[in-house]
Design a protein around this ligand. Structure first.
Ligand SMILES: Nc1nc2c(c(=O)[nH]1)N[C@H]1C(S)=C(S)[C@@H](COP(=O)(O)O)O[C@H]1N2
Ligand SMILES: [Mo]
Length: 210
């Protein structure tokens, strides 16, 4: 397909692992709860909350697959300490979603929603990174159901729980709010290079109260 491949800045050298991580052979499946069944006629990706025009935006699956496509090479770091290096993720850049459904000026964070109410909060700058992508493909192949088909968020510079599989929505926030794992003991920011694994490691300003 000839899409440009660029190296994610958060990923650094391919042989370098964030502190405390080890390399994993293959690609394990890690998530909480069941794998949702994909029903194309019921699926949409919604943008809501503090949008610039106060309205909501929703793309059907057909519309979503027609949005801009880009690839990014990035590593996946699970907070349980395994890492997978050098995957090529293909999908819709988060930047494209921000351009098509702009946030209001006061937006500082986003909540990314997935099936069954799973969620992850991100600073707007993390979501708006050039490397953040709603991945539909890995290494040129469609994602499998267990790995998040039809779309999962990849935020290369943060721990993988910040990237919901089976993503369904983006909520623009004017104040930070904790997502699913951020309410359950994981760090509000989750930078693997700073080893921000757990809530107790948070510094003042890293997150809202529990
Ligand atoms: N919807 C959803 N997405 C999720 C999770 C989850 O529990 N639910 N777990 C996250 C975690 S902790 C990791 S490590 C990665 C694992 O992705 P993989 O199963 O494709 O390796 O998915 C992330 N996305
Ligand atoms: Mo994880």
């Amino acid at each position: 397909m000839g899409h440009p491949v660029e190296r994610a800045s958060g990923a650094r050298a391919e042989t370098e692992l964030p502190p405390g991580q080890r390399l994993q052979r293959g690609w394990p499946v890690t998530h909480y709860g069941p794998v949702p069944k994909f029903r194309p006629e019921r699926w949409d990706l919604q943008v809501f909350g503090a949008t610039a025009d106060g309205g909501k935006r929703a793309w059907s699956h057909e519309e979503f697959t027609a949005l801009p496509y880009a690839t990014v090479v990035a590593d996946l770091h699970c907070v349980t300490k395994f890492s997978m290096l050098g995957a090529e993720w293909g999908g819709v850049p988060a930047r494209a979603v921000l351009d098509l459904a702009p946030p209001a000026p006061g937006v500082t964070h986003v909540m990314v929603w997935a099936e069954y109410g799973f969620s992850a909060n991100l600073r707007l700058a993390d979501f708006a990174s050039d490397h953040t992508v709603f991945a539909t493909h890995k290494d040129g192949e469609l994602l499998t159901a267990e790995h998040g088909f039809p779309a999962r968020l990849i935020v290369p510079h943060l721990y993988a729980w910040k990237g919901p599989k089976w993503v369904r929505g983006v909520e623009y926030l004017t104040a930070d709010r904790r997502g699913f794992w951020e309410q359950r003991g994981y760090h509000n920011i989750g930078d693997p290079w700073q080893e921000q694994r757990y809530t107790y490691q948070e510094q003042p300003g890293d997150g809202p109260g529990l």
